[in-house]
Design a binder for this molecule. Structure first.
Ligand code: FES
Ligand SMILES: [Fe+2]
Length: 384
């Protein structure tokens, strides 16, 4: 980046400022935090390339040869389960001249580039390259798709593209007691879908993690189940945000239940976000996850899905339809908000009470640790 724009500096200053404010003193970030492409470039470089980023559930790929492709901040990724049963996240970019190698998802033992047919196995190793035998500088055994660092936490697959992030699990130790009884790691993959919403990725992360909008945005779906008035903020240690979304007393039981779930836990969904890009609703009977992958400042790709309890018959059509409805309600609000956020006449507002919007400030504080104005952004000058 040649020169940081004034706007980016303003955003970074506002992030730094929030770290010294209590929740009651904090105010909504400037609109440019959610609309600036220059700031998005910093997020891409200093968060999405360097942090642990969640791609989905590890059991989406059940058998050797199962694969899917996806994109993360402009990087084409190929996720495979090898014959050794290891899940790998590979660069889906041909080592010959850069074409995309694999498309879609399915089951394969080899991936052949459509351009000149260089062919790779499930580990990314090149196993075939037509007419290359007499090329002196070419050694097939030395050519492979780059393989990124991965970590599996509670059944979620994370990738770290830079390879330098410290292990994830120790950072999330404080979150574990809250989710332990929900048996998150044991949930069985039901489905994953990929969709694009015209909103900033952080708006969606905030929306999923705040209970203030539940009654108004979801009057027929979530209000009868998890009304706004029954949300309880959970303090963060900087690596996650969370709240309890208690069920209306008149709502029927949501069994079957994981065996160790307490009476309190049977009557609420535990909502949590793992910074930067994973948000989850752990309900007694289903697990809902959204993995956010920013596309531009004003658009986000979402891999979202649901997982079921092992002792159930899987995700039902009714459960899937319910979440489709909830998502449609959120999408419509977030897309009109993204239009509103383009305004130059926005002034900062205080938040509602901590039980309803405290999680948003927790996410601001995380962002401040990565991009606050006190953070030295090494290499920012070179990356345009
Ligand atoms: S670019 Fe893939 S084989 Fe040439
Ligand atoms: Fe919502």
């Amino acid at each position: 980046m040649e020169k940081m724009t004034t706007k980016v500096n303003e955003i970074r200053d506002a992030l730094h400022k929030v770290t010294s404010l209590s929740f009651d003193e904090a105010t909504v970030m400037p609109a440019s935090y959610y609309t600036s492409d220059d700031f998005m470039r910093l997020e891409s470089e200093f968060i999405f390339h360097r942090d642990w980023v969640c791609l989905g559930r590890v059991d989406e790929l059940k058998n050797p040869g199962d694969f899917y492709t996806t994109e993360l901040v402009g990087e084409q990724l190929l996720v495979t389960r090898g014959n050794d049963n290891v899940i790998r996240v590979l660069s889906n970019v041909c080592r010959h001249r850069g074409n995309t190698v694999a498309f879609g998802s399915g089951r394969k033992s080899r991936f052949s580039c459509r351009y000149h047919a260089w062919t790779y196995d499930l580990t990314g190793q090149l196993v075939g390259a037509p007419r290359m035998e007499n090329v002196k500088a070419f050694d097939r055994s030395k050519v492979a798709l780059p393989s990124f660092k991965t970590e599996v936490w509670e059944g979620f697959l994370f990738v770290n593209m830079s390879g330098n992030a410290v292990p994830l699990a120790p950072r999330l130790e404080k979150l574990l007691p809250y989710i332990k009884n929900y048996d998150v790691a044991d949930r069985v993959h039901g489905f994953t879908e990929e969709v694009t919403w015209k909103t900033n990725w952080k708006c969606l992360a905030e929306n999923f993690m705040e209970g203030y909008h539940l009654d108004i945005t979801h009057p027929k779906t979530l209000k009868p189940l998890t009304p706004t008035g029954l949300c309880e903020y959970v303090p963060s240690d900087g690596n996650f945000n969370a709240y309890y979304s208690y069920y209306d007393p008149s709502y029927p039981e949501r069994g079957p239940f994981p065996p160790n779930l307490t009476d309190k836990e049977k009557r609420c969904s535990f909502m949590f976000g793992v910074f930067p890009n994973l948000v989850v609703a752990a309900a007694p009977n289903v697990l809902i996850f959204l993995c956010l992958s920013p596309n531009t400042a004003n658009s986000v790709n979402i891999r979202w899905g649901m997982s079921a309890l092992p002792q159930s018959d899987g995700i039902t059509a009714e459960q899937h339809d319910f979440m489709d409805q909830v998502n449609a309600e959120d999408k419509s609000k977030l897309e009109t908000m993204q239009q509103g956020l383009q305004s130059r006449y926005i002034e900062s507002s205080p938040f509602c009470i901590e039980d309803l919007e405290g999680t948003i400030v927790d996410m601001y504080r995380f962002m401040a640790t990565r991009l606050g104005s006190d953070v030295v952004l090494d290499g920012a000058e070179d990356k345009g």
